[in-house]
Design a protein around this ligand. Structure first.
Ligand SMILES: Cc1cc2nc3c(=O)[nH]c(=O)nc-3n(C[C@H](O)[C@H](O)[C@H](O)COP(=O)(O)O)c2cc1C
Length: 210
């Protein structure tokens, strides 16, 4: 069996973390770099990853997430935030980054920049928010895979009060909203979920060949 599949069978949505086991700085750097490399629509990366280290803040976030213990017990906690809005400025910043990274002049990319701006500006506010939230789920998938490869446990979570999180993290003022919460660390020996068999549809239900 390929190691990718072994890793994906090893991982599970951890319910109880061991609060004494911590992710090494080197592994956490790998996680951050993986998130930096996440693909996004047009490459705009309308995301911000908030690493919450404050114990007091994690207690408050715990209360606003149905008291799920992972929020306080996991070694590390990342909130994947999406931009609420996106506009010409974000496209200009991206184009400037393309220019600096690839050493090309703005006239080379003007056509593409104008195209992106038209697309972005044609969207309504709700559509933009949804688009940016979709990007968070791409990051989540990559994060899950990266953690599994590193043999780090992680729980994808959307069971939290978005309004409360946006307030606690002061996200409104930063054009952000909390999309997903991901506690990461090491499973507790007492977490019974680790012994449960994976429940997945059979291949025939999921794939159709035309
Ligand atoms: C977007 C998303 C949100 C989730 N939210 C929560 C959550 O708030 N709390 C939790 O314990 N598990 C949460 N889960 C975990 C799922 O229940 C779990 O991934 C699913 O049952 C499959 O089990 P497995 O990941 O252990 O293979 C979430 C999963 C996803 C993908």
């Amino acid at each position: 069996m390929h190691t990718i599949i072994k890793d994906l069978n090893w991982r599970y949505a951890t319910k109880k973390f061991d609060p004494l086991k911590k992710i090494s700085p080197a592994d956490f750097d790998t996680i951050k770099e993986s998130l930096r490399l996440v693909p996004s629509s047009y490459g705009l990366q309308p995301l911000k990853f908030i690493i919450v280290t404050s114990t007091g803040l994690r207690e408050k976030l715990h209360s606003s997430a149905y008291n799920q213990s992972q929020i306080v017990d996991a070694s590390h906690l990342i909130i994947i935030c999406s931009y609420r809005n996106i506009n010409d400025t974000h496209v200009d910043e991206y184009i400037a980054n393309v220019g600096a990274t690839r050493n090309i002049t703005p006239d080379t990319t003007k056509g593409y920049a104008d195209f992106m701006k038209r697309t972005v500006n044609e969207m309504g506010e709700d559509q933009k928010l949804q688009w940016n939230k979709n990007q968070a789920y791409i990051a989540l998938g990559q994060l899950m895979q990266t953690c599994a490869t590193l043999k780090i446990d992680a729980t994808p979570m959307e069971g939290f009060n978005t309004e409360a999180y946006d307030t606690l993290l002061d996200l409104h003022n930063q054009n952000l909203t909390a999309s997903l919460v991901v506690p990461m660390g090491y499973r507790h020996i007492e977490d019974q979920t680790q012994h449960q068999k994976k429940v997945r549809k059979p291949l025939d239900d999921l794939f159709t060949t035309l």
